[in-house]
Ligand binder design. Sequence first.
Ligand code: SAM
Length: 221
Amino acid sequence: SDSHFPIPISPSDIDYSHHYPRFFDSKHDEHDKGVMCLPKVRFADIGCGFGGLLVKLSPLFPETLMIGMELRDKVTEYVKERILALRASNPGQYDNISVVRTNSMKYLPNYFCKGQLSKMFSLFPDPHFKEKNHRRRVISPQLLDEYAFALEVGGIIYTITDVEELGDWMKSCMESHPLFIAVSDEELEADPVVRLLSCATEEGQKVARNGGRTFRAVYNI
Ligand code: SAM
């Protein structure tokens, strides 16, 4: 239950120096008029599962801090170990990715301030098929308000699923939201992140192995 993981009272309450030690050493401290600017997390993978996306994104954006948010304790511990092992066997790499155990549907605003994120991901989220459980979906009209708050202007939310009905739902939630606009086909084509959506994560690889179709919705604000 929630009582088993710490909940930061606000984004400034979080000490990221344990997550990204290389980025919080003295070389990275910038002083501006006496105010220290600490590096900020810019990408969030909601329901990151086993962390495949973070691992693939890390070398593409080596100076960008990214965090996975995952509800399951054992899965979060696995991702932590995976990242530490990658850092140990590839010195100087994978320093920009980390994971927290949390319920992103409840605590996202505790983690990110307004306009902090440039990219958010929800890859192969749990479908919650029954209508009475649609409110549990990670993409919903209410949660899109929170995501719009956390994303910077021009920030992008990437979603993909192998469940057609959920794909339609995610698309229609974003279409109906006043702040989200579909990313154009040309921009999708040019974005190196887009081609990772279907194949970088463990769930995506499973779907691909079984020859399943996928349904993508990528929107910006
Ligand atoms: N994105 C990963 C992938 O593509 O392999 C994992 C997909 S898996 C079907 C959905 C994940 O979301 C699970 O690991 C689950 O524990 C996590 N999850 C579900 N609800 C969540 C929530 N409210 N907050 C954080 N993680 C959540």
